[in-house]
Design a protein around this ligand. Structure first.
Ligand code: MSK
Length: 650
């Protein structure tokens, strides 16, 4: 039996440590312990195996990668490229299927066929309609909404032309994509083609496979993900800075604790309204509870935290520990990042674990189907009642950690525009000016999952600390944002303690935290838009690849993360991943990802599990870009104080 890690070596999160200790005492299995018991397959980890046909699976040696080939003759580079490209296709499919769901829901609302949801941000709807090429002049809102919904849906099955969202990129980047043949025609088409090309006996040259994979990744970032984020904002509200509480301490001992975990915001949006429903509250009281405490988890939680300030229980690696509190009356899940083990674990406590989406059933779970487009409220009530009825079954295993952190989230690209530029002349100019004058060295997107193979939250937090110290503004999404929020980095007051003097001064003047929570993992498209706006604002080059910016996913675990990483590289952003990287070092394929891509895209991948080295790589890259822009020297201070902002607003 493998030796399990000591709890203090597993996580830096106090509440997680407390619950893991409780879980071990109670004899339950968690994903951290299973990670210790099941070592990763070294051949698979290096993508040195191929199982795409049934003459194999074939395995090559990472020590002598070119010594042999597979049964069909495929070499190590083909093996790796196929695996990597399929991860990109799977990630693109996940984000985009989510995006399609949002488009279908939006269309049903726009047509007036669905009264369970509404259009909350008509201004954004008009802006997005214009970006999608819809003539809005002389049309009423309903007509524009219907045309927008239809145009978004068409992006998935489109067979020719290009995905419209790509036109939001700087013109130089768009031209590069066009010239190289990287413009995705339609989202689904690129995923299907990637699956075809990586089938046995089709595309067997690593470089050519990756050309298709680059195109596929762009269909994710500027297609499926972008559509998902924009339509979600239109229906559920565009995020604005909002206060919330984060961590397992958000559970209430005397209330019905309801967790929504997954990714698609419509389920949690419905639950937000039902948590205040008088009849349901009366039922909760009749069941002996003081009320209903609605809590988000993972990215569903992120979606609603940044819009409604709904409390958030924690990130992907805290799902087990949420159940171990013994205080969760129902955990309802939809799609993505839901561990199968939660169904069995919930049986060790009193928690009802319920799947809600036709695309995600789990052995041992109850299933109540929730469709945004029809009878959503009725299904929502049924789900809420499962939690209320289960409140009386709480046993003596309840232990709610006391840790919860106050935070400010909700930094959409519109908000960043407003915060830095003022309400009447929202603009990225102050951000660019502060980068040019050196107060802000650059911007880093730190995103992605948590992974039981590394010390939970630690890599995220240490990386961000190093970046802040060096005046790098950090924009976050996904589970990484949750790690930093729990550690207290989304409080504007921390700027003085953790940031270099320039960044601290900017944050204090504007009143924003130096770590900006921008939403869920599908919301990384917000970062693409923000980067494009920085280029269009001027002074920092004419392509995203000119900007002093870098990306990182220090504790990633999902195929979606690979797709996100590739669409950032494809858009010109140097991107570093931690944990492990699915390549065999010293091969042509690895050399292409870590070097050769620069020639095609002006950016590359990098891999480094150590957060301090990772930070250095990102800062070195940012400095290199600053040097190329001729802004390494600090210029005269141009800081946006209230007076300057007032002048802008005149
Ligand atoms: S939930 S993809 S573990 S960020 Fe979006 Fe978190 Fe990664 Fe899932």
């Amino acid at each position: 039996m493998a030796k399990l890690r000591e709890i203090q070596d597993i996580t830096i999160c106090e509440s997680t440590a407390e619950m893991l200790t409780k879980g071990r005492k109670e004899g339950v299995s968690t994903s951290f312990d299973r990670a210790d018991e099941m070592k990763p397959c070294p051949i698979g980890a290096q993508q040195a195996c191929c199982k795409h046909c049934f003459m194999g699976p074939c395995r090559l040696s990472a020590k002598a990668p070119y010594e042999k080939v597979g049964v069909c003759g495929a070499n190590i580079d083909t093996f790796q490229a196929r695996g990597f490209a399929r991860a990109i296709a799977a990630g693109t499919a996940a984000h985009s299927d989510h995006g399609r769901e949002m488009a279908e829901l939006f269309l049903s609302v726009a047509k007036g066929e669905n009264s369970d949801f509404e259009i909350k941000d008509e201004k954004k709807m008009m802006v997005f309609a214009g970006q999608m090429g819809i003539e809005t002049e002389g049309k009423d809102n309903q007509q524009v909404g219907i045309e927008l919904g239809e145009a978004c849906l068409a992006q998935f099955g489109q067979q020719a032309g290009h995905v419209k969202g790509l036109e939001l990129a700087p013109p130089k980047r768009f031209e590069l994509w066009k010239e190289k043949g990287y413009l995705p025609r339609g989202v689904d088409r690129e995923v299907v083609e990637m699956m075809h090309r990586t089938h046995m006996g089709v595309d067997q040259e690593y470089y050519n496979i990756m050309q298709g994979a680059i195109r596929c990744s762009l269909a994710d970032g500027w297609g499926g993900s972008l559509i998902s984020t924009e339509l979600s904002d239109i229906m559920f509200g565009t995020p604005k800075p909002i206060a919330a509480e984060m961590d397992l301490g958000v559970f209430e001992k005397d209330q019905v604790n309801v967790i929504v975990h997954g990714h698609e915001p419509q389920l949690l949006d419905m639950m937000v309204r039902l948590a205040d429903d008088k009849k349901l509250l009366a039922k909760a009281k009749a069941a002996g509870a003081a009320g209903i405490n609605l809590v988000g988890m993972c990215c569903s939680g992120n979606e609603m935290l940044i819009r409604n300030g709904i409390p958030h229980a924690g990130n992907f690696m805290q799902c087990d520990t949420a159940i171990i509190t013994g205080a969760v009356d129902v955990m309802m899940v939809d799609v993505q990042c839901i561990m199968a083990s939660l169904a069995e674990l919930s049986k060790c406590y009193h928690t009802k674990f319920v799947t809600t989406n036709y695309r995600c059933h789990i052995d041992g779970a109850e299933h109540v189907e929730f469709h945004g487009e029809h009878d959503a409220r009725a299904a929502g009530i049924e789900l809420m009642e499962i939690g209320i009825n289960n409140f009386k079954n709480r046993g003596d295993k309840v232990q709610i950690p006391s840790t919860k952190t106050k935070m400010i989230g909700g930094f959409s690209h519109e908000t960043i525009n407003y915060m830095l530029g003022g309400s009447f002349r929202g603009s990225y100019t102050p951000l660019n000016e502060n980068i040019i004058n050196g107060r802000i060295r650059g911007v880093a997107g730190v995103v992605g999952c948590t992974n039981p193979r590394v010390k939970h939250d630690w890599v995220h937090v240490e990386l961000v600390k190093e970046l802040l110290k060096n005046d790098v503004l950090v924009v976050q999404t996904g589970c990484s944002a949750i790690s930093l929020a729990k550690a207290g980095f989304m409080d504007p007051a921390i700027a003085k303690k953790y940031c270099g003097p320039g960044l601290a001064e900017v944050c204090e003047t504007v009143g924003m935290p130096p770590v900006l929570h921008s939403g869920s993992c599908v919301d990384n498209s917000r970062i693409l838009i923000a980067l494009s706006e920085m280029v269009k604002t001027g002074g920092l080059g004419d392509d995203i690849s000119d900007l002093p910016v870098a990306g990182a996913a220090p504790e990633y675990m999902s195929e979606k993360a690979i797709s996100i990483g590739q669409y950032f590289v494809s858009s010109g952003v140097y991107t570093v991943f931690g944990v492990t990287f699915p390549v065999t070092e010293g091969t042509k394929f690895a050399d292409y990802l870590f070097g050769g891509m620069e020639e095609d895209l002006g950016a590359t991948w990098a891999f480094e599990p150590d957060p301090y080295k990772m930070a250095k790589m990102m800062i070195d890259h940012i400095n290199k870009k600053r040097e190329a822009l001729g802004i390494m020297e600090k210029k005269e201070r141009v800081l946006f104080d209230m007076e300057a902002r007032r002048q802008l607003e005149l």
